[in-house]
Design a protein around this ligand. Structure first.
Ligand code: FES
Length: 105
């Protein structure tokens, strides 16, 4: 199973064995990752699932769709690697991915 690592705003790090096909939002919520709220349940309405994807994996992921891009534009701390984790499905290609969780916007 792919290993996904979240680095939380507090500095706490959690490494999780994730199921292929589940969303990174579901992985985060199931493991009490601080700072990932997922208030809209993954329907691209809240932006509370914002993460920074480590550079090595930004090229592995498909680019964000237009509606994800539009919502990311509202994130005050958007930067290279910003993604909404509800839009990313775990795959074997993501084994080893590191996701930094931003602090409060
Ligand atoms: Fe709301 Fe991702 S959970 S946009």
């Amino acid at each position: 199973m792919p290993i996904v690592t979240f680095v939380m705003p507090s500095g706490r790090v959690v490494r999780i064995e994730a199921e292929v096909g589940e969303s990174l939002l579901a992985v985060a919520l199931a493991n009490d990752v601080e700072g990932i709220l997922g208030e809209c349940g993954g329907c691209l309405a809240c932006g509370t699932c914002h993460v920074f994807v480590a550079e090595a994996f930004t090229r592995v992921l498909p680019p964000p769709a237009a509606d994800e891009e539009a919502l990311l534009d509202f994130a005050a701390n958007r930067r290279t690697g910003s993604r909404l984790c509800c839009q990313i499905r775990v795959s074997q290609a993501l084994d080893g991915i590191v996701l930094d969780v931003p602090g409060q916007d």
